[in-house]
Design a protein around this ligand. Structure first.
Ligand code: C2E
Ligand code: CA
Ligand code: CA
Ligand code: CA
Length: 279
């Protein structure tokens, strides 16, 4: 038994060691990666259910590393949230997103909005509001063109401070979306204290097939709650026609997911935008 135990410990140490080495490699190269423009923004379209209209996009960052290839944000974002680099990267993403919106405006494209993700660390950064307003002025954009996606879990610790900052942003005209709504952190009781415009449903409500009938009931409940609170609802992670139809039945307003399109490079999204304009 002792021998076996040692093997387990060794194997565990090895994976942990590899993980730490990998994290160290990421940390060592992140600053240079930003300078060298290895971080690229992909856009995933958002549609209005009732008429299939393209209404916006979500900006999702990708790391195109010269040696490792495309890296998933699901791996590097949590690390950047821990080591603090996220504030720098997000400011870059927001700036680039606004630059893109400005370029579209100048080209006379439809004036859609784009959502960016805002991490909890971004909200604690005292420069947040200053940075966002400065960036909008720089690109001559209305605040409503930028939707801020803040994950439900951001409100768990120190909700008072987070709420105060988000309230200020909302007063300035930014559109506030609650990302991953229903993933388990916020109580319904807290919901009516939050400065919010849009609920973004957690993917599990539509992707969990075994809980389908229950979820359909929960979805209907969320939709009526949202109506009552004057919020719109967007569902993400829509992968099938069946899921889309189920959402339509419950009265969901907007959808985003692989069924329509995967996140894509900006120039590809631009073509989509022009196609929709012509229709
Ligand atoms: P999120 O904000 O919840 O973004 C949704 C994720 O679901 C994205 O993963 C998107 O590509 C993926 N997705 C979209 N449609 C579907 C679908 O139909 N099915 C499935 N299974 N997945 C779908 P991605 O791009 O890998 O991003 C992962 C997470 O990383 C994001 O989750 C977000 O929390 C974070 N993230 C991404 N970009 C940024 C960023 O620029 N800043 C910050 N702070 N976080 C970011
Ligand atoms: Ca998001
Ligand atoms: Ca998330
Ligand atoms: Ca989400």
């Amino acid at each position: 038994i002792k021998g076996q135990y040692n093997i387990y410990v060794a194997a565990y140490d090895d994976t942990l060691r590899n993980k730490l080495l990998r994290e160290q490699a990421i940390t060592d190269s992140m600053e240079a990666a930003l300078e060298e423009k290895q971080f690229v923004i992909y856009l995933q379209p958002k549609f209005q259910i009732k008429d299939d209209q393209l209404v916006g996009a979500e900006a999702l960052v990708r790391w195109n590393h010269p040696k490792w290839g495309f890296q998933s944000p699901a791996e590097f974002i949590p690390l950047f949230e821990r080591n603090g680099f996220i504030t720098k990267l997000d400011q870059y993403v927001w700036d680039q997103t606004c630059a893109t919106l400005r370029r579209w405006d100048e080209a006379g494209y439809p004036q859609i909005s784009v959502s960016v993700n805002v991490s909890r660390a971004d909200i604690y950064n005292s420069d947040l509001i200053e940075f966002l307003t400065r960036t909008l002025t720089k690109y001559e954009l209305q605040p409503s063109r930028l939707h801020l996606e803040i994950t439900e879990s951001a409100y768990t610790e120190n909700p008072g401070q987070i709420i105060a900052t988000v309230q200020q942003l909302r007063t300035l005209g930014f559109v506030i979306e609650m990302d991953d709504f229903g993933s388990g952190y916020s109580s319904l009781n807290m919901l009516n204290q939050l400065p919010l415009d849009i609920l973004k449903l957690d993917m599990k409500f539509i992707q969990n097939e075994t809980a389908k009938p229950t979820n359909q009931g929960i979805l209907r409940f969320i939709m009526s709650l949202a109506r009552w609170m004057n919020l719109s609802v967007i569902a993400e992670g829509v992968e099938t026609r069946e899921q889309l139809e189920r959402l339509r039945e419950t009265g969901c307003d907007y959808v985003q997911g692989y069924y329509f399109a995967r996140p894509m490079p900006c120039d590809e999204f631009e073509k989509l935008l022009l196609q929709h304009q012509k229709q």
